[in-house]
Design a protein around this ligand. Structure first.
Ligand code: AMP
Length: 114
């Protein structure tokens, strides 16, 4: 998608603070972090929202979660705890329409999230 911000980061057209990349995904630090660790794990494949996920995408989704797990370990937030968030559609806070998994850690989180 030529006008997609995260496609441009994935392709290297727009720079980002990348912490992991492989054949399936790119992970980079959020430009407006909501916690000491705030990383976005983004599939290379352009999928606008979780609503467009298909059965064949299940391994990709699992892969993103495992990448988040590894980054949590690398950032040493895995033992104190971290939160993984998917926002789907504007009503849930989605602002970039290329799916991404938020990894948040390094502080206490409340539940319910509000
Ligand atoms: P969401 O609101 O769930 O769609 O999340 C989008 C996230 O992308 C927000 O947390 C933004 O701060 C973040 N973001 C937007 N532009 C950039 C960028 N150029 N580099 C890194 N993160 C970004």
């Amino acid at each position: 998608m030529s006008d997609c911000l995260f496609c441009k980061i994935v392709s290297g057209e727009i720079p980002a603070d990348i912490v992991h990349q492989d054949k399936d995904c790119v992970a980079f630090r959020d430009i407006n972090p909501q916690s000491p660790t705030h990383v976005l794990i983004v599939p290379r494949k352009h999928i606008p929202t979780l609503n467009e996920l298909e059965a064949d995408d299940a391994p990709l989704v699992g892969r993103l979660v495992l990448v988040a797990q590894k980054i949590a370990q690398d950032d040493e937030v895995d033992q104190d705890g971290y939160r993984l968030v998917w926002n789907c559609q504007e009503g849930a806070g989605q602002s970039v329409f290329h799916i991404h998994l938020h990894l948040l850690g390094g502080r206490k989180f409340t539940w319910p999230p509000g």
